[in-house]
Ligand binder design. Structure first.
Ligand code: HEM
Length: 399
């Protein structure tokens, strides 16, 4: 008797010696089984969608629900039936999502984000000053990549300067791969309590920041305190780890690719898009739940089934990006990647992330042209199991 075939696991193992490439299994799947079932770490089966065109179609389909957020499938302790909190923008669907998204989008326009560029530049320069004051060696993750996005979010939330160091410590615990569940829960509770107090104060005394404007612009349809707090935490979670890992991993790529630093200095906007595509740090894709029967490519998906839109596979699809496995700063349409997702939930913070990456990378390599790895490349440890891919520490040296 032959055993019933078991569903293969969601591919997670990257090719040995090639930390920037997604698991090899994706390339095979795009050819032979572009949408087929896998077993996720959370225990459920999901259709793994690997082709660029199919990933975009799934993410553009309004019958797909985001109730599982982007990440539940990779959490072995996930509660798949957990109720969605109001304010959890990434999990909301339909009108509830559009209402919240419209309010937040007004704060992330190109004009508003460009107004933050000067602040980002100051942050980058002051962190470089502090790093270069060290005797020739530093951890680029702890000293540069992690604090900058967290302080930018402090600015968005209007966290007073005196509280920023405490806020940063808690927010680093929240995204840390080393913190225990209890430590993360404690950090979450403390941050929620802190934000509730902060936003209550802003109700009476609005300042020039995103949340003061969200509070006072809500006439007729105000956001509740619960919505505001969950939204604040959502921005923190969505914008901190992603951007921090992109800064550190991009630095590593630029240290390893001949001529890449010059390309970044010559055309930072173009180079950052290609780094986003090439690295696709949201490494396990984003989760959707089918609320209606639908066909994805040649595969039938039934209402009630889960799908994983594999962003890193889509971004390496030769049909969309010729020479997809190469880092190529000369691509014709550098912005067509799906590193920020696609459709109704496409990243709200993408313009801000671009500004942070452009400023961090150009200022780093301009000020420290002799930057190099301080350890052999083989000694680096990567984040293979976390939702956002990255390098745990990046010891660098100069001089
Ligand atoms: C390189 C950095 C970043 C990457 C790679 C990234 C990636 C993504 C992706 C893939 C999604 C779509 C999730 C889905 O479809 O389920 C998303 C959504 C989101 N991102 Fe980002 N993100 C980055 C930076 C930021 C920043 C800086 C912020 C804000 C401070 C931010 C805030 C959000 C929010 C609020 C959503 C949910 C939007 C919605 O559901 O309507 N992200 N991001």
């Amino acid at each position: 008797m032959t055993a019933a075939p078991t569903t293969p696991a969601l591919p997670t193992t990257r090719p040995a010696g090639c930390p920037f490439d997604p698991p090899e299994d994706y390339a095979t799947r795009r050819e032979t089984a572009p949408t087929s079932k896998v077993r996720c770490p959370a225990g459920m089966d999901a259709h793994l969608v690997t082709r660029y065109a199919d990933v975009r179609a799934v993410l553009a389909d309004r019958t797909m629900s985001s109730r599982g957020a982007s990440s539940v499938h990779v959490n072995p302790d996930a509660d798949l039936d957990e109720e969605v909190s109001p304010g959890s923008i990434i999990q909301l669907d339909g009108p509830a999502h559009s209402r919240l998204r419209k309010k937040v989008m007004a704060e992330f326009t190109v004009r508003r984000v460009e107004a933050l560029r000067g602040y980002v530049q100051e942050l980058v320069e002051s962190h470089l000053d502090a790093m270069l004051a060290k005797p020739g060696r530093a951890d680029l993750v702890a000293d540069f990549a992690l604090p900058i996005p967290s302080l930018v979010i402090c600015e968005l939330l209007g966290v007073p300067y005196a509280d920023r160091s405490r806020f940063q410590t808690q927010s680093t615990t929240l995204v840390s791969t080393d913190a225990t569940r209890e430590e993360k829960q404690r950090a979450y509770d403390e941050l929620s309590g802190y934000l509730a107090e902060l936003f209550t104060e802003k109700q009476g005394n609005p300042q020039d920041d995103l949340f003061s404007r969200l509070i006072s612009a809500g006439a007729g349809d105000p956001l509740t305190m619960e919505e505001l707090v969950v939204l604040g935490l959502s921005l923190l979670v969505a914008g901190h780890e992603t951007t921090a890992n992109m800064i550190a991993l991009s630095t590593l790529v630029l240290l390893e690719h001949q001529g890449a630093q010059d390309a970044v200095l010559a055309a930072p906007d173009r180079a950052v898009e290609e780094l986003l595509r090439y690295l696709s740090v949201v490494q396990f894709g984003v989760l959707r739940y089918a609320t209606a029967d639908v066909r994805v490519g040649t595969q039938d998906v039934r209402a009630g089934e889960w799908l994983v839109a594999a962003l890193n596979s889509a971004n390496r699809d030769e049909a969309a990006f010729p020479g997809a496995d190469e880092l190529d700063f000369g691509r014709e349409s550098p912005r067509t990647h799906v590193a920020f997702g696609f459709g109704a939930h496409q990243c709200i913070g993408q313009q801000l992330a671009r500004v942070e990456l452009q400023e961090a990378l150009t200022r780093l390599f301009r000020r420290v042209p002799g930057l190099r790895l301080a350890v052999p490349r083989e000694a680096l440890v990567y984040k293979h199991n976390t939702l956002v891919y990255g390098v745990r520490e990046l010891p660098v040296a100069w001089g």
